[in-house]
Design a protein around this ligand. Sequence first.
Ligand code: SF4
Length: 337
Amino acid sequence: MVDSTTLADARRVRRQHFGGDFRLHSVIYPIDYCTSGCTYCGLSTLLAREGAHGVRGAMRPATFDWLMRRLTDAGYHVHELVFGTVADDQARLTSRIARWVESARRHDPDGYLIVNCDTLRPQDYRVLRSAGADAVWTFMEVMSPDVYRAKHRSGLKADREQRLEAPLRMREAGLAVGNALLWGLTEDWQGELDQFVAWSGQVGGFDFVATPVQQRLTLSPGSAAPDYFDVTPPLTVDPELYLTICCELRLAFPTARLVANTRLDPTFVYGQVSAVNDMCNGYVWTGSRSHPERELAQDGHVRHDGTQMDFHNPGADPEAIQRLCPQDITVRLDLRA
Ligand code: SF4
């Protein structure tokens, strides 16, 4: 049971800093393959070696153009572009990401663009800023060094030290900074939270704190993952624990945008978590092979083969999402006002 005093305090802090506004953003994976070896992610190169991938690769530019038009027509003006490690060379990674950012910026000149990507060098963050990015999110996922090492076996993401200093580089480049832990990766969620809050203080705080939750990995029929792979999360985060964690984060980060996640049931996320968090994903485009190329994925529960994309897709209709929210919460699709 969520502690009632903590919940009331978290709701009060949310009201104080964000009123009843609840920001929605679109989530797009322009490239859905990765060269990092994380033991919990459906895009991991560890799965590629086992032939257990359902990825398509890079989205065709025409598909991206079509998608951006659909989303902006639906009113979305905050977009998160998600990239794994799509090159082990950071300069190359930057130039690839910058092309997608420039394209998104052309479609939505006044929109707010968030890039979710691996660590970059200081000069690379400046390239993304020039391309039109407003913020970069680089999720730490887990704080404890031994757990981090066990979960990140290869690729850029295995470099924990670089990840720890990345927020400073982003800020220097004029970008807003986002970060997150992946809840469910280890049983000691309270210990992780304490380390995360302490670290944020050392790197100047965060503008966005996201709250992804690890779910059971969905594998293609007949495919297998290595024995050490986290097909089933070490800790199952149920709605009650999720709300508790969000309340703790709300109190620890009173002025940061606290981003909810529809890997849990959207009726719960929009209906209850929105009283604590002030932002959430709306539409999600995963780009995997099972995602239709020229349609928005269906609303409802989606399990994409060979990826970790086990989530509830709330669809692109903001009015439908508004109907799931409490009456005193107002869905908004911008971030600048
Ligand atoms: S979590 Fe990110 S870096 Fe790790 S395998 Fe998945 S996409 Fe790649």
